[in-house]
Design a protein. Structure first.
Lengths: 454, 386
């Protein structure tokens, strides 16, 4: 330490001066360089271009742990099925019913489809790390996944930065195709606004116009926008909003949030929860006797605006008679749904959930857009998807709106089945709300898509 | 105790620098050579180096260091939003803000030592997490995470007349984009500087004082020394390291989420340090690397990959092996990590560095039985994790 004669000793001064010199050098060297000196050298040169290889890799980034893990597992099953069908294995599923379709069942543009998987942990950070691994290490040309809007929005903006298309899985927040929309992100699933618009008339018929609503809301982008949309709808009916309470995602125990509902004077509880959160909060609300209560001379009601069969399965008996909306249900009788349910059932032994459906459809839509564009070059694929109108995918005639990359189609209002005939027959369809009723002007949410070329 | 000579330190510094800068090459065979993971190695290396200055030297086990990581991230993202997409102000403000946080939290927490100190820091971190998660939503954007947007003011950038682009401009260091390998080298150089500073602290009288606090704080106070200025300084320094790591996370990926402050993140850095070797210079960096490798690579192995690896076996054997191994990869990576951690703590209390020293010592003893004392990587003194 005190050996000052040692010639190897690196003095503080020497270190500082050399570091400063190096820094200044770097600054001079790079100061005049334009910001994007490596990008756009050739227009058709893009990240993870698969044209030099015989296969194309897709990345499936789903929650395998955390409150949305059930949905994630089902999404992964659907992706694997979609890859099979695209490669011409199995019975082809919706490939046979999709109209118009450019898919040939020989992969995408003749390249065999391979896939990699990742765990989002339902956390934005982990999801982005996993997505980056897929893009930087595995070289995926498209990635997909979701089950949380927070994650979807975070990975979607990564997609834009990286120039790799992201096909959103299950994400229901208005922000995904609203204020946080991106050119490289596409959503087939419906959103909170559409849930509200579809649910409104049914609520009016069933519960009247003089109600007092209490919201419990998952504290993130999806919960916020769903609460806002449902509140706007119910207040439009003449309902009063007693209180809105935010709850943390993955809370497990909701009793501290449910107790105040009992004495709030509210006669409707709206649960803006999803996945295991919804199972827990609904179960506890029922245990607290909310559904047997009479408030203001009316039966106390519970509404779950975003419903899924997986959640219904988890909540068991408690789900009976409860209203909500869903993007798709396996009991639909159209040819597309039937084909999908059949091949999914053959593969896994049970019907698919709405999360599985949207992920399956998204994968096919991406593949089809590549075939239409005749290239994997993202700006061309994006243009093929924008404004694409199709049918035979389970939701009737559907359009990918170019202005915000949101799909427009019919929305289902469902109710927990009081007398299920099988263990999967948990939701009865109350109403198929036509597309025209849930459409809106894309400008109401703001946001900008951003550039095609990145 | 083996004396650490300046020559040895310089050698260590040289090897460390070389190893870090060539990481993209020698990590390629194990599939870890892609920019995002390399950046994580460097960032969490910094985090662990800083944590080790507090835990390794003073023995004060902080369970709330993730709070500083989060503060650094949020500050950096706000700097990108309000000031400039240049990373220089982001990093500087990130370090300063987390330093200020550390002063406040340290001032209160350091009134107690041992388990009480750990609990206090844990409580502060959990408070910060909950603040970020719900109360301070206008500043932190809650669970969704703070993100850049096209309409951010970026006042400094518009002052110097950076041309507006269609998309959100990338973070940059004097024009060099901070994604991909350039981002990694930026983090790596900061880690090397951080490592150098940490080494100087270890060798300084101040470091000696901190070690004295660890070995016998009673004696320290009997001799009339007030320890708190020293421990507080160590706490603030390590908080600033965490802030640097946090701001680098935002630099390489401009987004800040509340989960960075969660107690699991605080626990992770404790694991990293213990896994690598508490109180050693290089240990925390190795520990950080191992944990991040597990998190990113092991978690991505699915049954398909396993079938690919073992398809040379006959079918029934292959299925059996895959069925067993699949428990330990994919979402089961925590299980593997837990077992590894258990084995290390039981058999190598000094962490991976102790393992290296033992192998080195055995090697030396076999070849020439002169001086069996080995200190290949500056692990001047290996102390078991407490």
């Amino acid at each position: 330490m005190t050996n000052t004669t040692n010639k190897f000793k690196l003095s503080r001064r020497k270190l500082l001066t050399s570091a400063a010199a190096a820094g200044a050098g770097a600054a001079v060297f790079s100061g005049a360089t334009p910001y994007s000196f490596v990008k756009g050298a050739y227009a058709a040169d893009f990240r993870n271009d698969p044209s030099s290889q015989s296969f194309i890799k897709l990345g499936f980034n789903v929650p395998q742990t955390g409150p949305y893990a059930d949905e994630g597992a089902d999404e992964l099953r659907a992706y694997q099925l979609a890859v099979k069908h695209l490669n011409g294995e199995g019975d082809g599923g919706m490939l046979t019913t999709m109209k118009p379709s450019s898919l040939k069942g020989n992969g995408i543009l003749g390249k065999k489809v391979e896939y990699v998987t990742g765990d989002t942990q339902t956390k934005s950070d982990a999801a982005r790390a996993s997505a980056k691994r897929m893009i930087e290490k595995e070289g995926v040309t498209m990635f997909s996944g979701g089950s949380s809007s927070g994650v979807a929005i975070a990975t979607q903006s990564l997609a834009q930065e990286m120039g790799v298309i992201f096909m959103c899985g299950l994400t229901h927040s208005n922000d995904t195709t609203g204020k946080d929309k991106r050119r490289y992100g596409f959503r087939h699933f419906f959103n909170a606004y559409q849930s509200g618009a579809a649910l409104g008339p049914v609520l009016k018929d069933e519960m009247g116009t003089d109600r007092r609503a209490y919201h419990l809301t998952a504290d993130y982008t999806w919960g916020w926008t769903q609460e806002e949309s449902i509140k706007n709808t119910t207040e439009g009916l003449g309902w009063e909003t007693v209180n809105t309470v935010k709850t943390p995602v993955g809370a497990g125990d909701f009793s501290q949030y449910i107790t105040p509902v009992l004495n709030s004077g509210a006669d409707v509880l709206i649960l803006n929860h999803y996945g295991k959160d919804m199972i827990n909060s609904l179960t506890q609300a029922v245990q607290f006797g909310l559904r047997d209560k009479q408030v203001n001379g009316k039966n106390f009601e519970i509404i779950v605006p975003l419903f899924s069969r997986l959640m219904a399965q988890g909540a068991g008996e408690n789900i009976k008679g409860i209203l909500g909306t869903t993007n798709w249900n396996w009991a639909l009788q159209d040819a597309g749904s039937q084909a999908f349910v059949k091949s999914f059932g053959q593969e896994y032994g049970f019907p698919p959930s709405q999360a599985a459906h949207t992920c399956y459809v998204q994968t096919l839509l991406y593949a089809n857009a590549c075939e239409m564009a005749g290239t994997f070059y993202p700006p061309e694929v994006i243009k093929a998807l924008e404004g694409f109108e199709f049918d035979g995918m389970g939701n009737g005639p559907t359009e990918y709106r170019a202005a915000d990359h949101q799909c427009f189609k019919d929305v289902l209002v469902v109710r927990g089945n009081a007398n299920p005939s099988t263990q999967f027959d948990l939701l009865e369809i109350v109403k198929e709300v036509p597309r025209a009723q849930v459409e809106y002007d894309p400008s109401i949410f703001g946001g900008e898509l951003g550039p095609y070329e990145v | 105790m083996i004396t650490a000579t300046p020559r040895k330190d310089l050698l260590l510094m040289g090897i460390f620098t070389f190893a870090v800068l060539t990481m993209p090459i020698w990590l390629a065979p194990i599939g870890a050579s892609y920019p995002d993971l390399l950046q994580r190695f460097a960032i969490f290396g910094i985090f662990a180096i800083g944590f080790n200055i507090l835990f390794g030297l003073t023995g004060y086990l902080s369970f709330g260091h993730a709070a500083f990581l989060g503060v650094g991230s949020y500050t950096a993202v706000w700097s990108f939003k309000l000031l400039s997409m240049s990373v220089v102000p982001a990093v500087i403000f990130g370090v300063i803000t987390s330093g200020l946080f550390a002063v406040v939290i340290g001032y209160i927490s350091l009134r107690r030592s041992g388990i009480y100190f750990s609990i206090l820091t844990l409580a502060f971190a959990q408070m910060s997490y909950n603040l970020a998660y719900s109360v301070l939503t206008p500043i932190t954007n809650g669970e969704t995470g703070l993100q850049l947007s096209l309409n951010d003011p970026r006042t400094l950038d518009s002052l110097v007349g950076v041309a507006a682009t269609d998309g959100i401009p990338p973070t940059n260091f004097f024009g060099i984009e901070m994604s991909g390998y350039s981002g990694f080298y930026f983090c790596a150089i900061l880690m090397i500087i951080g490592f150098y500073i940490s080494m100087r602290i270890f060798r300084s009288p101040f470091g000696m004082m901190l070690r004295a606090v660890k070995s016998n704080s009673n004696r320290m106070s009997y001799t009339g020394l007030n320890m708190r200025p020293y421990t507080l300084t160590a706490f603030v320094i390590s908080g600033m390291y965490a802030g640097l790591a946090g701001s680098l996370m935002a630099v390489t990926d401009p987004l800040a989420g509340a989960e960075r402050m969660q107690w699991t993140a605080s626990g992770e850095v404790v694991l990293m340090t213990i896994l690598g070797g508490v109180g050693t210079l290089i240990g925390p960096v190795i520990g950080a690397g191992v944990i991040k490798y597990f998190e990113n690579i092991f978690s991505a192995i699915n049954e398909n990959v396993l079938h690919g690896i073992f398809n040379f076996l006959p079918d029934f054997l292959e299925d059996g092996v895959v069925a067993i191994l699949s428990l330990f990869v994919g979402e089961g990576w925590h299980l593997t990590l837990g077992m590894l951690f258990m084995l290390i703590v039981v058999f190598l209390p000094g962490g991976i560095v102790e393992g290296f020293s033992r192998i080195y010592a055995r090697f030396r003893n076999k070849n020439n039985s002169t001086d069996g004392k080995a200190d290949p990587i500056g692990s001047a003194k290996v102390q078991p994790g407490e």
